[in-house]
Each structure stands twice: as structure tokens, then as C-alpha cells.
Design a binder for this molecule. Structure first.
Ligand SMILES: [Mg+2]
Length: 147
């Protein structure tokens, strides 16, 4: 999956043009998603040196982006203001409607393809299997009781 991720307010606390403190588990989660073969693209309004600093901040912590402000890694770091919207399957951004979920929830939503509501209600795949099993058990008990 191609994942567009914002920097300020998403990976680090919003202190633009400075770099805020890391938001808990942001970089570990992105490294894990990257290791699981998702393409992580940094999608930031930062330009020039400020953009380089953000890329370097992540690199020092072991996070390499697939591409920066571009769909194509061969374009290198796109330092000028970009005009075109990135093409991604999902975007992780603190300006999402409803704000930024915590990174544990973001991981579950991305890897299990859940909506925010499903993740909030714990409706992931395992739970669904569990529900199906208990439902099957209930029907079996009802059938037995009916005899
Ligand atoms: Mg932001």
C-alpha cells in the first residue's frame, strides 16, 4: 500500500519551522509499515532546508522514506512547492477530519483496513472470527435446546 504521511503535527509535535518532539510511536510504526513493504511517502509543505531537516530527523532514527513529496523515488527530494496531489492509498495527517488517531490505532487501521469507527470498536479480523465462533456456538446450543 502507498501511504502518504505528513510531518509536522503527525510524526512530530507541531513546532514548525522547528522540529517538535516525536509523537509517541510514530517513527517505530512507520518503520514497521515500511518493513512490511508498504511505501511510505513523506508529504509535507516543508520546503528547501526545512524539508531536508525533516528527512534527516527521520533518517537518524532509522526511517527512510520511499519518496519525498513525490510518487517517484527517482525524483529525489522535491524541495519546491508541489502542485500536484500525491497519489496514495491512505494519508496519515493531523488535519484529517476528526484529528490524528494514536499511532497504535493508525497501525491497526492501515494493516487491517479498518475505518476509525471499526478500530475504536475493536472490530478487527480476529474479533470477527471470535464473534463468528461464539455465534456458531450459540446456534448449536439453541438447536440442542430446541430438541
Ligand atoms: Mg500537519
Amino acid at each position: 500500500m502507498t501511504i502518504g504521511v505528513d510531518f509536522d503535527g503527525t510524526i512530530v509535535e507541531h513546532k514548525y519551522p522547528e522540529i517538535g518532539k516525536e509523537i509517541p510511536f510514530a517513527i517505530d510504526t512507520l518503520k514497521r509499515l515500511s518493513a512490511e513493504h508498504h511505501k511510505i511517502i513523506l508529504w509535507s509543505v516543508r520546503e528547501g532546508r526545512l524539508l531536508d531537516e525533516a528527512v534527516e530527523y527521520c533518517r537518524k532514527r532509522g526511517l527512510e522514506f520511499y519518496a519525498v513529496n513525490s510518487n517517484n523515488p527517482e525524483n529525489g527530494i522535491q524541495r519546491e512547492r508541489h502542485q500536484r496531489k500525491l497519489i496514495a492509498d491512505v494519508y496519515i495527517d493531523d488535519r484529517n477530519v476528526g484529528g490524528l488517531p494514536d499511532w497504535g490505532m493508525i497501525y491497526r487501521m492501515v494493516t487491517r483496513n479498518l475505518t476509525y469507527e471499526q478500530a475504536l470498536n475493536g472490530l478487527d479480523d480476529d474479533d470477527e472470527e471470535e464473534r463468528d465462533r461464539s455465534r456458531a456456538g450459540l446456534f448449536a446450543r439453541l438447536r440442542r435446546g430446541a430438541r
